[in-house]
Design a protein around this ligand. Structure first.
Ligand SMILES: Nc1nc2c(ncn2[C@@H]2O[C@H](COP(=O)(O)OP(=O)(O)O)[C@@H](O)[C@H]2O)c(=O)[nH]1
Ligand SMILES: [Mg+2]
Length: 329
């Protein structure tokens, strides 16, 4: 018994797994570079090979960072730092500027690159997934179950999104695919009661991890937050340290809205981490920098598609290289 931590660069044993791993980051690069090939050229082509650099280059860089949704604060701190280094003649040419940019960006994200740790002394370790409708909670649960199973964890799911008709069925479908039990009640059942049942079942069956799916929309925001708080309370009745992880799932394509969601949910239910989904559908991966600067919570995973393997532990350097389109392959 101890702490199990998701490895950032999971040991990939088979060739197929290695291809899959490489494919994920290559696809991310393709997605994040979509703006560059459409509206602008890439960061790399702006800087690499340039013999001399000036204010103008920095201005162009600033515009591109803002367009990628890096956000005003993070962009300003990057540009300020680069300006200082340029004035102190520390950056000889475009290549040096590019390397400094890459370093700065990694430095902003690095504090958020803290993988999810499953405390194995908890039985079960309770993970609560929250976020607005359509953010990707249920899908991310399906993907997460598979990762946990690879690590030989026994998982149970709680269908505490009792508000939407299809929500329970959707979770059950993921449950069948992964061959895990889903504790559910009828539609409109009290989510707190579902979680209570699920936690009792998880204890009885000695499950390692219980993942709680929750609703994303009720009649009002206040109702939603009250419901989530209640789920927390119910879980802590059976285990006063539960839930052990409260993960906010945000759609990476919604831009600065993701920040508001993070701040609101954090205030209501005390988040411990974030999952950013749908990075396959957006060229605006810069939102992670805004999250890092303004929210500062660990980014546990990123999602890149609807498939069961489309979830990865967040890695700052790999993410920055995908965004900057560094030619390394
Ligand atoms: N392209 C893409 N679609 C996703 C991703 N994650 C979830 N989805 C899709 O987004 C929609 C909403 O996801 P769902 O898990 O039901 O969101 P929930 O309401 O938060 O539970 C579904 O059609 C998912 O297949 C992702 O990373 N990429
Ligand atoms: Mg759902």
């Amino acid at each position: 018994m101890g702490i199990f931590s998701f490895k950032k660069n999971k040991d990939t044993s088979t060739e197929e797994e290695m291809d899959q791993e490489k494919g994920f980051w290559t696809r991310l690069k393709g997605s994040l570079s979509r703006t560059r090939h459409g509206l602008t050229d890439g960061f790399a082509s702006l800087l690499l090979g340039k013999k001399s650099i000036d204010e103008e280059v920095l201005e162009e860089l600033e515009t591109r960072l803002l367009m990628a949704d890096v956000g005003i604060e993070a962009t300003q701190s990057i540009i300020e730092n680069l300006t200082n280094r340029m004035q102190r003649k520390q950056l000889a040419d475009g290549n040096a500027l590019f390397a400094a940019l890459r370093e700065d960006m990694i430095q902003i994200l690095q504090p958020c690159a803290q993988p999810l740790e499953i405390d194995e002394t908890k039985s079960p370790f309770v993970i609560m997934m929250v976020g607005i409708n359509g953010a990707g909670k249920t899908t991310s649960i399906g993907k997460l179950v598979k990762r946990l199973q690879i690590e030989n964890k026994r998982v149970i799911l709680a269908a505490a999104d009792t508000f939407r008709a299809a929500a329970v069925e959707q979770l059950q479908t993921w449950g069948r695919r992964n061959n895990v039990d889903v504790v559910a009640q009828q539609r409109n059942a009290d989510p707190g009661s579902v979680v209570y049942d699920a936690l009792v079942a998880a204890k009885a069956r000695s499950a390692d991890v219980l993942i709680v799916d929750t609703a994303g929309r009720l009649h009002t925001q206040t109702n939603l937050m009250a419901e989530l708080k209640k789920i927390r309370r119910v879980a802590s009745k059976l285990d006063d340290s539960a839930p052990h992880e409260v993960l906010l799932v945000v759609d990476g394509g919604v831009g600065q809205n993701a920040l508001n969601q993070a701040l609101q949910f954090h205030e209501a239910v005390n988040l411990t981490g974030i999952v950013v989904t749908k990075l396959d559908g957006t060229a605006k991966g810069g939102i992670l920098f805004a999250i890092a600067e303004k929210v500062g919570l660990p980014i546990r995973f990123i999602g890149m598609g609807e498939g069961i393997d489309d979830l990865r532990v967040f890695d700052a350097a790999q993410f920055v290289d995908a965004l900057l389109d560094t030619e390394d392959d």
